[in-house]
Design a protein around this ligand. Structure first.
Ligand code: 25A
Ligand code: L14
Length: 341
C-alpha cells in the first residue's frame, strides 16, 4: 500500500528504452513528487547516464535487490524482465506499474486506464498493468459511448508507428528511408519486411486463430478494461512507416440508438479526449499533430451508411505518451492522490 508521503522513491526499469526515457521526461514535466530516482536497465546500459531535472543519473543494472527502499516502480523492460523482477519488487514493498504484456490478463491484476477504470485498483495492489498502446487510445473514446449506448461490436484497423517497437525500430525506419531514397538496397532487421514506403499487416507474433497477438490484446484488453466480456472486437493491426503516434479507423455498433452528432457532443465533454472534426477545413486528427501531446484525438465521426446504430471515427494518440509512459505516470498520480486522501 502506498503511504501518504511528501515525496516518493521511484524506480524506472527499462529506463534507457524509448518508453523508459519518456517516463523520466513525463515524471519531470508533471512535477511528480519524486524523492529519489533509480534508473535501471540491462547490464549493457549500466554506467550510462540519463538526465532528470537537469542532473545526470547513472543507469544501474536491474537486479534482484534493486527495489530496496523504492515506493513505486515503473517497468518497461519487456515481459521477461517484468515476470522475473516484478514480483520481487512487490516483495520488497513496491507498487509496480508494468508496461509489458506479462500480467495484463491475470485475473487479480488490475488493467488500468485512469480515465476509464481507476476504481479497479484495490487497496493493496502489488502489480498494476498498463494496457497495450492501441487499446488505451481506443478505450478512452469507447468508454463514454459504452456508458451511454452500450457497445455491441467494434471493428478496428490500426496504423501503428514504429516507435512502439522501441528505439531500434525508429532507427531502422530512418535508415531504410535514407538508403532507399539514395537508391541503395535495404535488409530488414527489426521487422520481417522493409517498413519504409510499406504497410505490414503483422504486429507481434501470429497465433493459431490467424490473428496476431497484438490483435488479440485489443480484443481481450478492451473487454477487461470496459468490464464487459460481451463486447465483440474484430481487429486488424498494421505497421506503417510513421515514427510516432498510432492512428486507428474504428467502427462501433451499439445496442441503443445512436447518431454521429450525439457521439460528437458526448466526446467533446469526455476526459482526455479532444475532438478535431472540421473536414471542410481539412481538420481531423493526424499522427504528426498528436505527437508530444497528452490527449486522444478523435475526428471523422460519421454515421455508418451500411448499418443502423453504428458510427465510424478516426482516433490518433501519441503511443509513447498516452499509449505507454503517460498512462503509467497517471496511474502513479492516482495512487498518490488516493494515499493523500
Ligand atoms: O515483451 P513486451 O511486453 O512485448 O515488450 C517488448 C518491448 O516493447 C517495448 C519495450 O521496448 C519492450 O522491451 N514496450 C514495452 N511496453 C511498451 C508499451 N506499452 C512498449 N512499447 C510500446 N508501448 P523499449 O525499447 O521501449 O525498451 C526496452 C528497455 O528494456 C530494457 N531491457 C531489456 N531487457 C532488460 C532490460 N532492462 C533490464 N533487464 C533486462 N533483462 C532495455 O535496456 C530498454 O531500456 P537496454 O539496456 O537493453 O537498452 C537498450 C539501448 O537502446 C538504446 N536506446 C533505447 N532508446 C533510446 C536509445 N538510444 C537513444 N535514444 C533512445 N530513445 C540505448 O543505447 C539503450 O541503452
Ligand atoms: O503489448 O508496436 O504494449 O511493437 C509491445 C510492442 C505494443 C506494441 C504492447 C509494438 C506492445 C509494441
Amino acid at each position: 500500500m502506498l503511504l501518504n508521503k511528501e515525496q516518493y522513491n521511484v524506480a524506472v526499469a527499462g529506463a534507457t528504452g524509448a518508453v523508459g526515457r519518456k517516463m523520466l521526461e513525463i515524471l519531470e514535466e508533471r512535477g511528480f513528487p519524486v524523492g529519489s530516482l533509480k534508473v535501471l536497465a540491462s547490464a549493457r546500459s549500466a554506467g550510462k547516464t540519463l538526465t532528470f531535472r537537469g542532473s545526470p543519473v547513472t543507469v544501474e543494472e536491474l537486479k534482484e535487490n534493486s527495489f530496496e527502499g523504492v515506493d513505486i516502480a515503473l517497468f518497461s523492460a519487456g515481459s521477461d524482465a517484468s515476470r522475473h523482477f516484478g514480483p520481487l519488487a512487490v516483495k520488497s514493498g513496491c507498487i509496480v506499474i508494468d508496461n509489458s504484456s506479462a500480467f495484463r490478463m491475470e485475473e487479480n491484476i488490475p488493467l488500468v486506464v485512469p480515465e476509464v477504470n481507476p476504481e479497479t485498483i484495490g487497496s493493496d495492489p502489488g502489480i498494476i498493468a498498463n494496457p497495450n498502446c492501441s487499446t488505451i487510445q481506443m478505450v478512452v473514446v469507447l468508454k463514454p459511448i459504452h456508458d451511454r449506448f452500450k457497445i455491441k461490436r467494434v471493428v478496428v484497423s490500426t496504423y501503428q508507428s514504429v516507435s512502439g517497437s522501441g528505439q531500434k525500430a525508429i532507427d531502422e525506419l530512418e535508415d531504410q528511408t535514407k538508403k532507399l531514397l539514395d537508391g541503395k538496397a535495404v535488409i530488414p532487421n527489426v521487422y520481417p519486411h522493409q517498413i519504409a514506403f510499406n504497410c505490414v499487416p503483422h504486429i507481434d507474433i501470429f497465433l493459431d486463430n490467424g490473428y496476431t497477438k497484438e490483435e488479440m490484446k485489443m480484443v481481450n484488453e478492451t473487454r477487461k478494461i470496459l468490464g464487459d466480456p460481451s463486447i465483440l472486437v474484430s481487429p486488424t493491426t498494421v505497421r506503417v512507416p510513421v515514427f510516432y503516434s498510432h492512428s486507428e479507423s474504428v467502427n462501433v455498433e451499439t445496442e441503443k440508438p445512436m447518431s454521429a452528432r450525439e457521439v460528437q457532443e458526448l466526446l467533446s465533454n469526455a476526459v482526455g479526449v479532444q475532438v478535431v472534426d472540421n473536414p471542410e477545413d481539412c481538420e481531423y486528427p493526424l499522427a504528426i499533430s498528436a505527437t508530444d501531446r497528452d490527449e486522444v484525438f478523435v475526428g471523422r465521426i460519421r454515421d455508418d451508411i451500411s448499418c443502423k446504430n453504428a458510427i465510424n471515427f478516426w482516433v490518433v494518440s501519441d503511443n509513447l505518451r498516452k499509449g505507454a509512459a503517460l498512462n503509467a505516470v497517471q496511474i502513479a498520480e492516482y495512487l498518490v492522490q488516493r494515499a493523500r486522501g
